[in-house]
Structure formats: C-alpha cells, structure tokens
Design a protein around this ligand. Structure first.
Ligand code: IPM
Ligand code: MG
Length: 365
C-alpha cells in the first residue's frame, strides 16, 4: 500500500516525538511491504517565524491532498504575546476546521505495566480504567466570535459558544457508534443546568437514542463528570461531549492513566483522511533534552494505520511492541517510578532510545 502522510513536527518537543513515530512507521512499512511518503508541513510557532502565519493556506492544502496528517505539538512561550489570530494554536484550530475533522477520539486506558504511575488509589485503579472521550472538535466556544473591547474605561472580552442541531447530531452519532462497538454505554456530558447550548445538546442526544436502543445513554453534568473521573473511572465506557469540556476532561482522564505522554488521538470527519496527534502539548521546558515520551505520538501513528488506512495488523504490531518495551521496564522520565524499590526493575530511557526500542521490537513476536 502506498500512502502520503503530511507531517507536522511543530514546536517544542514536537520534532523529537514525530521523529520516533516516523522511525516506527518506516519499520512497519518495511516489514509489511508498504510505502509511506512524508510531506513536511509547517504549522504553529515555526510557521509564524518562517511565514508570519501559523498555518499558511499552502500548508493546509498539503494536508488536504495527503492521505492523513501526523502532528507532534505546537506552541511555546515565545509566541504567547501575539494576538489570538497569530498564535500557534490558531494554526491547529484552522487545520482542524480546514480538514473538517469534527470528531476527536481520545482513549483513556491504563497500561497494566503503568498502574503504579496513576495518582489514584490502587483500589480505584484495580476496578479498571478503559474509556474513550469523543470530543466535538470543530464547533463550540473555540470557533465562536472572540473579541476584546474597551467599555467604560475598562477592557471587556467575549467568546461565543454556539452549537447547531446538526453539529450535535453528527458528533452524537459518533458517540453512539463508538459505544456500539464497545460496552454499549454512552455518557453525554454537558452543563444543561446553566447553558442553552447544553440543553440543545442533551435534547439532540436523547432524540438519537431512539435509533440506538442497544446503547444505554446517560447524562452527566460536566462538573460532576470531573469528579466521577477520579472517584470511579470504571463506570465509563464512552463519554461524548462538546469541544471545551472534552479538552479539559481528556487532560484529567489522561492523568489518571499515569501520564499524558501516553495518550494518542484521532480526529476524523466524513472521509478517511484523519489528523493524528498525541493529546499533550509542546512541553517547551524539556524540548531538546531527549527526555520527552514519544509513545503518545507512536500510538497516534498506529491509530492512523488502523482508522485511516485500514491496516489493523500493522497497528496491532506497533501497540504490541510498545507493550513489550514497557514490560521490559523501559521508561521515559514521565513514567519512571518515584518509588526506589520499583525503580530497580525499570530503566530510564530518553525519547530517541524509546523510539528505537519500539521500532526494533515490531514484528519480533
Ligand atoms: C488539545 C490542546 C489544544 C486544544 C490547544 C493546543 C489549542 O489543548 O488538543 O487538547 O485546546 O484543543
Ligand atoms: Mg488540551
């Protein structure tokens, strides 16, 4: 199979982690007889420096003519003072919107090898953590009007949160379809005790429920959900929620699995062209130190193979290799145990060594 992959290395640790994912993809392509061609795309702070634009149209076009997009991370303090439209993050939002990838899938699953890394009590972790957050990605407050005005001698800032029934229905369907393939439990998360957009959300989800009688739908207010994720995460199978709530809850969900560095994501719309990225940021504080965890990006590449290219065996091989390397005790700094006794069975490795070990392991079992 020949595939064209647009690669956005981005800022901070982005280039380091993407390098490892490409190593893993190349090994997989070699073993399974595929050809992956990579097209470099500038986005984020590096694009601002080079093109004075976080995502020039020509770069978006490269992504739109690829078979899928692999992204590291964007952003950094260097660009924090720029106006909203010129920030690195704006490039990411324009990419999501330009690719029309409205459905963001973020798995929160604990790797048994890392159960000690979870900040939750063992009794809670032992009940199991394995759920998916389906986050709406191209609507809501991220894409409403943003403005800062001067009024009565002081500044006033406004961000508008809008959802249409159509936007709610299409992401709701993804939630139900995802639950249907798993344990058939869908939790719709909103703030319907305060927000009109959440009341419309809840109504939309309940209307859809009639089409999915095999899926059990429940509702939860977002503040309660934040609490339930740490109190008893085993109750969740699939959570479906709007853009900003999904952003916040997915960081929380990743933390209880041990490290945000482990979590991949897929973003899809109506076509098989997806955007694949780890859910963590560009971590400028550790950029260039070879200490970042590349696993979230490696697993994002595996998701690309599975969901965009229909290469399940290849994706399985990558995930197995990750598991094997964890079994062998290899840990990047973020997942290295704090406990001296547990450290004895582990070895601290850097970003590039972790990538190399995973690539070497592919196809060995
Ligand atoms: C994420 C990130 C982005 C978001 C930022 C970088 C714009 O936090 O993918 O979760 O808020 O969506
Ligand atoms: Mg986030």
């Amino acid at each position: 199979m020949n595939k064209n992959i647009a690669v956005i290395r981005g800022d901070g640790i982005g280039p380091e982690i993407v390098e490892q994912a490409i190593l893993v993809l190349n090994k997989t392509a070699f073993l399974f007889g595929h050809t992956f061609t990579y097209v470099d795309v500038d986005m984020g702070g590096c694009a601002i420096d080079k093109w004075q634009d976080p995502l020039p149209q020509a770069m978006l076009d490269k992504c739109l003519s690829s078979d899928s997009v692999l992204l590291g991370a964007v952003g950094g303090s260097k660009w924090n003072r720029l106006p909203g439209e010129m920030r690195p993050e704006k490039g990411l939002l324009r990419l999501r919107q330009g690719m029309k990838v409205y459905s963001n899938n973020r798995p929160a699953k604990i790797w048994p090898q890392l159960s000690d890394a979870s900040p939750l009590k063992p009794a809670i972790v032992e009940k199991g953590i394995d759920f998916i957050i389906v986050r709406e990605l191209t609507g809501g407050i991220y894409f409403g009007e943003h403005k800062t005005e001067e009024e009565a001698g002081q500044k006033k800032a406004t961000d508008i949160l809008t959802y249409t029934e159509k936007e709610i229905e299409r992401i709701g369907r993804i939630g139900f379809e995802t639950a249907r393939k798993r344990n058939k439990k869908l939790c719709s998360v909103e703030k319907s005790n305060v927000l009109d957009s959440s009341r419309l959300w809840k109504e939309g989800l309940h209307r859809l429920a009639a089409e999915y009688p095999d899926v059990e739908l429940s509702d939860m207010l977002v503040d309660n959900c934040a609490m339930q994720i740490v109190k008893d995460p085993s109750q969740f199978d699939v959570i479906v929620t709007e853009n900003m709530f999904g952003d916040i809850l997915s960081d929380e969900a990743s933390m209880i699995t041990g490290s945000i560095g482990m979590i991949p994501s897929s973003s899809l719309g109506e076509t098989t062209r997806g955007l694949y990225e780890p859910i963590h940021g560009s971590a400028p504080d550790i950029a260039g130190t070879d200490t970042a965890n590349p696993i979230g990006t490696v697993l994002s590449a595996a998701m690309m193979l599975r969901y965009s290219f229909d290469l399940a065996k290849e994706a399985d091989a990558i995930e197995k290799a990750v598991s094997h390397v964890l079994d062998a005790g290899c840990r990047t700094a973020d997942i290295f145990p704090a406990d001296a006794e547990k450290q004895k069975s582990c070895r601290k490795v850097g970003c590039s060594e972790m990538g190399r070990l995973i690539a070497e392991q592919i196809g060995k079992e």
